[in-house]
Design a protein around this ligand. Structure first.
Ligand code: ATP
Ligand code: MG
Length: 235
């Protein structure tokens, strides 16, 4: 589903953001990526969308080998991935309904499909009653739920969230993380970058820790993998 093979990323200004990333996230998994500011979390996620390209190594996402991906195929890759950001990125002059419909229109969905799918997505995030509201009339948590509904309209195999709770209070943060786990339970692979340890600790999901562009820990369901990729039972 998602695989990084010895990935290095150097930005044009000389910053080396990723240094030898090897990582596999299987279909249907839920994984947190944690690490301090500047550790490389967003860079890792940008590579998946081909918003940035690797300097060395390769990335495989939803069956696309990114080093071999033709520019023509990039829209197909992006359609197979839903993306959620810290700042929600809703269009301020469109209603909740229109924001979600717009994400379908730009991928050339039929009006009939749009009329069917938008209410379903809104129901999934519990916001059917807000369909005609504008983003500024919603709380931060509600805006993020709309963004999640929008990210799901094209039925992506993979949902990526970059600091989805960064602008929310603890209660709303918790709601959003719960919603992301529900999305995962419906079969979507979910990858969440965050530096909120309290949420990560409470969730008992896979946690991939990166520091200075390297994976320093990858801990999953009682298994602990240390830097030498030596497997130990975590008790
Ligand atoms: P944060 O928690 O603050 O969001 P992050 O873990 O997401 O941090 P990245 O944004 O991936 O970190 O940045 C990793 C490193 O790459 C940092 O040193 C950053 O300054 C650098 N970097 C990120 N984007 C660029 C860019 N477009 N050009 C040059 N350097 C960049
Ligand atoms: Mg970031």
């Amino acid at each position: 589903m998602v695989e990084f093979i010895d990935v290095y990323k150097k930005y044009p200004n000389g910053t080396v953001a990723l240094k030898g990333i090897n990582l596999k996230i299987n279909k249907g998994d839920f994984a947190f990526i944690i690490g301090s500011s500047g550790s490389g979390k967003s860079t890792l996620l940008k590579l998946l969308m081909k918003e940035e390209s690797v300097t060395q190594g390769d990335v495989i996402v939803n069956g696309y080998q990114l080093s071999k991906l033709h520019t023509r195929q990039v829209p197909y890759l992006r359609r197979s991935i839903g993306m959620v950001f810290q700042d929600f990125r809703l269009l301020p002059n469109k209603t909740v309904y229109e924001n979600i419909a717009f994400a379908m229109e730009i991928t050339e969905c039929l009006p009939r499909e749009i009329r069917r799918q938008v209410p379903m997505s809104l129901a999934l995030v519990g916001l059917s009653r807000k369909a005609n509201a504008y983003p500024h009339q919603l709380s931060g948590g509600e805006q993020q739920r709309v963004a999640i509904a929008r990210s799901l309209v094209n039925n992506p195999a993979l949902l990526i969230a970059d600091e989805p709770t960064g602008n929310l209070d603890p209660e709303n943060s918790w709601e959003i993380v719960k919603l992301l786990t529900e999305v995962n339970q419906r079969g979507t692979t979910v990858v969440v970058a965050t530096h909120e340890r309290s949420i990560v600790d409470a969730m008992k999901k896979r946690v991939i820790a990166i520091e200075k562009g390297k994976i320093i820990r990858d801990q999953q369901k009682g298994l602990y993998v240390d830097e030498d990729t030596e497997f130990k039972i975590y008790s």
